[in-house]
Ligand binder design. Structure first.
Ligand code: PGA
Length: 240
């Protein structure tokens, strides 16, 4: 059975690799339809030159002047720049950004709006720090997705305790959270439950398909395993 239709695999390289050569190598083995490669900003152009089937995404962005897109903001990258570089997607509100850079739900909402304004698809990350803390998820949705047209975004459910630990969220538990998220989305907007939701957090070759097939997520967001050629290929093969 194929899950290709409407299913996405996001490769989040985070702050890796360290050289352009490695970036090109990883990009070439990840080059599959349905895959969105999110390298560090400095490798976007090179990755774009290498891939033919995969799409390009960014891991973050900042807010520019609404009129010009830019601004006097040292060290930051605007959604407009990302669009011009060939990105179709931008990850917004990853838990590492929320924790390390104190990004809150209000900022996440603003970034999401700006990304949409450029015609890019935001992949908005939500997820609780402590297993079962549904109030946190509820708040992230209510504040972070306030006034956001849900039809145009993708949500990544990434329980913080499962990220980078090798200890993924139990598939049935993840499915329950997905149902919970959809119920809140449905309260915000008519047909809100139709917003695609991906799972992220220690996805590997053994569990990737379970999140898609058993728990009906519309794809996975892969961190560590997206940097390993053999493992990532197997993840892609298992889903598509
Ligand atoms: P991981 O990262 O697959 O290494 O757990 C996922 C993420 O942080 O997006």
């Amino acid at each position: 059975m194929s899950f290709r239709k409407d299913t996405l695999i996001i490769a989040n390289w985070k702050m890796n690799p360290q050289t352009t050569e490695e970036a090109k190598k990883i990009a070439s083995f990840s080059d599959e339809k349905g895959v969105v490669i999110c390298p560090p900003f400095v490798f976007l152009r090179q990755v774009k030159d290498v891939v033919k089937k995969a799409e390009l995404g960014a891991q973050n962005c900042f807010l520019g002047n609404p009129a010009t897109g830019g601004g006097a903001i040292t060290g930051e990258i605007s959604p407009k720049m990302l669009k011009k570089t060939g990105c179709g997607y931008v990850i917004v509100g990853h838990s590492e950004r929320r924790n390390l850079f104190q990004e809150d739900d209000v900022l996440v909402a603003k970034k999401t709006e700006m990304v949409l304004k450029e015609g890019l698809t935001p992949i908005v990350c939500i997820g609780e720090k402590d297993a079962g803390d549904v109030e946190q998820i509820k708040e992230q949705i209510n504040k972070g997705l306030k006034n956001i047209p849900l039809k145009k975004i993708i949500i990544a459910y990434e329980p913080v305790f499962a990220i980078g630990t090798g200890d993924p969220c139990d598939v049935d538990e993840a499915e329950k959270k997905k149902v919970f998220i959809k119920s809140i989305l449905a309260k915000i907007y008519k047909n809100g439950e139709e917003t695609p939701i991906l799972y992220g957090g220690s996805v590997n070759r053994k569990n990737a398909l379970l999140y898609v097939k058993k728990a009906s997520f519309q794809g996975v967001l892969v961190g560590g395993a997206s940097l390993k050629a053999k493992e990532f290929k197997e993840i892609v093969k298992s889903i598509f």
